[in-house]
Write a protein that binds this ligand. Structure first.
Ligand code: ADP
Length: 548
């Protein structure tokens, strides 16, 4: 029997229409390269999205065309999110921090027809000119006054284009499974791979993300997404915010600038913000050095990499702010798990609650997860057993753009039973809290035992003298592999190898205490700010452990 409900297609444009109708006066505040503080209402935002949709038509873009963006978090990038997807094209966000050859590979692979580029990113695009042979037009995200000189013949000005169009545009309705957006993984092994989101996956993901136990998005809140809009749709914030009419504050190119972030949070009364651990460490340092506070900020979400305990503690103790850790990937849109207490846990001691915040959170409705051993046998959720993490759900990728979609094939990330293989190693507690212990390729196999590099790194950064720590497995004649700890010290500290090992012995299992500690001036990072373990393994290729 068929249901008798309307078959309304889930369209990203409907989120925009909702915001215009129900929250026309709510503000979107942005920092941009050409304006230190821009403000517009959702009403004005809606008008400009329609003008932009008309521009895309005038530029000859048609349904299904990929439109590339190289931009920071601001109102113009938001307009692209809605106008491009809303008119049936694919909003392809590109990370300007990737290596130049990766950027040109991604643009060419996706066959982007038009590129919308932030003023500050134009020099990078100019340098790629000879590789961008298929791009038909480059639109600089600025006004006439700030237009840069360019060697491209097809460069246009965003504000000039918009002002020549009307705000009348009827958003089309089409199959909700149509591609709405694209984001390439950073490709630590091989070429970057294209993840293609749909209107349906994006809307369901944003609905789940807005739930009280997830981000608790609401019209009463003001959000500051510091996580970039060029990477996994800023964790869905651009959609969830307009669904519930949440005021948005967008930091533009200033996302790593403690002073600007502090100013935005205090002057705009930001209550919720999201970002990777490095951003929070930078902000906390700034606040402590300058003796400043952020009284309006109640919750911050952290993800993309394991959240060091010190972040949770410093936010709690110094700013009375709760850290909400989440786990996800480009391929999972990204929400997979998010921290939130279960009933009864509110009576836990402060330390026990912090322990839970340092895990990766609980599964969000819509995401199923399992952990399996080397023989693909499902493991218990007992908080002890750990194995390869697999997930599935309506906002998880089933294949990559242009690569095989046959489950079980080398190019396809999905196994024969339809589970997406995350490449992460994890355990899950009986209460359903996920703990990522490693990447499959980073886990250290010592004498048949698995040792978590993340556990050692977390323990090491808890030492006040340590600024950053990374652990890699290196060959050991007896154990096959043992952990090597590589450390960057805080300025003017003199922690020794022995001091570090003593400290670690107190918190780690004997087996996990590294065999050696090496001090370096800096660690290599990937374009998304994560420690580049591949690079480290290369640097320490010839390293040998001291013989006892
Ligand atoms: P990229 O592929 O560009 O590095 P992703 O955001 O897709 O970017 O990376 C996803 C990976 O980041 C996950 O598979 C996991 O290894 C790691 N990750 C994400 N969130 C967390 C977290 N809270 N704790 C530990 N690792 C995390």
């Amino acid at each position: 029997m068929q249901a008798l409900m309307m078959n309304t297609q889930l369209m990203i444009s409907s989120i925009l229409e909702n915001a215009e109708k129900n929250f026309p006066e709510v503000e979107m505040v942005s920092v941009t390269a050409d304006n230190p503080l821009h403000r517009q209402s959702y009403r004005r935002f809606g008008e400009r999205c329609r003008q932009l949709a008309n521009c895309l038509d005038s530029l000859g873009a048609v349904f299904g065309d990929r439109i590339g963006t190289l931009a920071w978090n601001d109102y113009r990038h938001m307009e692209l999110y809605y106008a491009v997807s809303g008119s049936g094209m694919v909003c392809h966000t590109i990370n300007p921090r990737l290596f130049p050859e990766q950027i040109s590979y991604i643009i060419n692979h996706a066959e982007d027809k038009i590129l919308f580029v932030d003023l500050l990113v134009m020099p990078l695009v100019e340098a790629l000119k000879q590789h961008l042979t298929k791009v038909e037009a480059i639109v600089v995200l600025t006004d006439k006054e700030h237009m840069p000189k360019s060697s491209f013949s097809n460069v246009l000005c965003y504000e000039e284009l918009l002002s020549s169009e009307t705000a009348h545009y009827e958003w089309p309705s089409f199959d909700e499974n149509t591609a709405s957006g694209m984001c390439y993984t950073s490709g630590t092994t091989g070429n970057p791979k294209g993840v293609v989101y749909s209107h349906r996956s994006t809307i369901i993901h944003a609905l789940a993300g807005a739930l009280p136990d997830v981000t608790c998005a609401s019209n009463m809140e003001t959000t500051l997404p510091i996580v970039p809009m060029f990477h996994v749709n800023a964790w869905g914030a651009p959609y969830a915010a307009l669904m519930v009419g949440m005021k948005m504050v967008l930091p533009g190119p200033k996302m790593a600038d403690g002073e600007t972030l502090h100013q935005l949070i205090t002057s705009e009364n930001v209550t919720f913000s999201s970002g990777v651990p490095t951003i929070w460490l930078a902000l906390l340092d700034y606040l402590e050095i300058e003796k400043k506070s952020v009284p309006s900020l109640r919750r911050v979400s952290v993800g993309g990499a394991a959240c060091p305990r010190v972040i949770v503690e410093r936010f709690k103790e110094n700013h009375n702010c709760t850290v909400v850790q989440g786990w996800g990937m480009t391929e999972t849109s990204p929400l997979g798990t998010v921290f939130n207490l279960k009933k009864g846990m509110e009576d836990f001691s402060e330390d026990e609650i912090i322990d839970l915040q340092c895990l990766q959170g609980r599964g969000v409705f819509g995401i199923e997860m399992i952990i399996v051993d080397e023989n693909n046998q499902e493991l218990a959720w007992d908080g002890v057993a750990f194995g390869a993490l697999k997930v599935r759900g309506p906002w998880v990728a089933k294949s990559y753009y242009g690569l095989s979609d046959i489950p079980g094939s080398e190019e396809c990330p999905v196994d024969d039973n339809g589970w997406f293989e995350t490449g992460d190693v994890a355990s899950i507690t009986p209460e359903g809290f996920l703990q990522i212990t490693d990447r499959t390729k980073d886990v250290i196999k010592s004498g048949g035992e698995w040792i978590s590099s993340i556990e050692i790194e977390n323990a090491a950064v808890n030492h006040a003298d340590v600024a950053e720590a990374a652990v890699i497995g290196r060959y050991h004649p007896k154990w096959t592999e043992r952990p090597l700890l590589i450390i960057v010290l805080q300025p003017e500290r003199s922690l020794t190898r022995e001091g570090m090992l003593d400290f670690l012995t107190k918190s780690l299992h004997k087996m996990s205490v590294p065999d050696d500690v090496v001090f370096v001036n800096e660690l290599p990072h990937t374009a998304t700010g994560k420690i580049n373990k591949l690079g480290l393994r290369k640097t320490f290729e010839k390293y040998q452990f001291p013989i006892d």
